[in-house]
Design a protein around this ligand. Sequence first.
Ligand SMILES: Nc1nc2c(ncn2[C@@H]2O[C@H](COP(=O)(O)OP(=O)(O)OP(=O)(O)O)[C@@H](O)[C@H]2O)c(=O)[nH]1
Ligand SMILES: [Mg+2]
Ligand SMILES: [Zn+2]
Length: 311
Amino acid sequence: MNRTPRPQEIPARVIESFGRRVRIEMPDGTRCAAELFGRRLSVVCGDEVRVRPSSRGDAPRVVAVAPRRTLFARTDSRGRTEPLAANLSLLAVIVAPQPTPDPFVADRYLAGAAYAGIEAAVVASKTDLPDAATPPFVELLAEYEQAGYTVLRTSATTGAGIDALRGLLDGQLAMLVGQSGVGKSSLTNLLAPESGRLTRTLSDATGEGRHTTVSTALFKVPSGGELIDSPGVRDYAPALVDDATVQQGWKEMVGLAPQCRFHNCLHLREPGCAVRAAVESGDIAARRYESYKRLLNIMRDLAPEYERRRP
Ligand SMILES: Nc1nc2c(ncn2[C@@H]2O[C@H](COP(=O)(O)OP(=O)(O)OP(=O)(O)O)[C@@H](O)[C@H]2O)c(=O)[nH]1
Ligand SMILES: [Mg+2]
Ligand SMILES: [Zn+2]
């Protein structure tokens, strides 16, 4: 019998994902579209996979996913977890003076990274804009520094801070996240010139983002490291965690919690709370504390949604 041998499975990496559409990179560096084998297989950008090479010209098939070192996800409005990227080591939360920043989105991204065991940093973009020097934005960045996060100030237009950003990304698999229009793709094009990401070119009178980027895609940074550009969001909620874990997403609270009178203090109305004392003395920014309470409420609201949907 003259049977064609079954083609061998080879390792590859998912470098772009858009729903169930994926692109992969083969060990020899070639990149192509791939199909997912089986309905239950779910992969995201950054996944290490095994593929069955194409035969007769059809697309290679992803047949298996390697265990993930980290999985960054979000919760949708129905309490379901949606994976966004795999194997990240760093989440770069981009905040810009325009469009109008929503600090709660940035806070929740920082929290989501912590819950997933991923380092996080704040990257201010568009520092060339006059609004970057006005109080709301300056204070926002100061809050993150006070909380203990690395804060870089950059501009894709002038190139300011880009070397520092390269330094931050070196050796990392980092994803750039943030509201639509903050300049994620502009930074990606600067850091990884091969990427050729589409950025919004027309001036937008409202200053609101327009969701230019639709896919999540990974690129090598020639100076070291890799980055993933992702679609901008209006909102973000981390994958569900229990009440006691929510505070882990606030760097400035983690060190203080052991000083609370009750070991299971949620820093709400409990007596002898070290976190609330720090808020009162100004050591913890009041806005950050409000943001913590908001996420605690969001998690409590979303959990029943999820429970209700369970079979
Ligand atoms: N002044 C100034 N404008 C910038 C800078 N970086 C980006 N922009 C502008 O901001 C707009 C949005 O930039 P994008 O890079 O498309 O933003 P994005 O975060 O990728 O947006 P989404 O893909 O929709 O999430 C574009 O009009 C850019 O030209 C900057 O450093 N300074
Ligand atoms: Mg973009
Ligand atoms: Zn407390």
